[in-house]
Design a protein. Structure first.
Length: 92
């Protein structure tokens, strides 16, 4: 469920690619492994979000620290930008 914080005179924005959520307020909590067809584009897109920590494993995978609530939004954003998602899994 989206959540916004109201500060005097404005709404604060935070969260995954513009989404506001309780998970974004609680911080990062899960690492996911991501394999896509356009790794460079996916890295650039996701690295713009200050609520995500994105790292790269060579030319194969991205690793992203995020909360569970952001995972569907990450997938949707990638697909919306024409990036095919082949694997999205939790890391131990």
């Amino acid at each position: 469920m989206p959540l916004g914080l109201i500060t005097p005179g404005q709404q604060a924005t935070c969260g995954c690619l513009g989404m506001n959520s309780v998970g974004s307020l609680c911080g990062r909590g899960r690492a996911i492994k991501l394999r896509v067809d356009k790794l460079d584009e996916a890295h650039q897109l996701l690295a713009r979000d200050p609520m995500l920590t994105v790292s790269r494993n060579g030319a194969s995978y991205l690793y992203i620290e995020t909360s569970d609530e952001h995972i569907p939004h990450i997938n949707a954003a990638l697909v919306a930008h024409g990036i095919k998602v082949f694997e999205l899994s939790q890391t131990p």
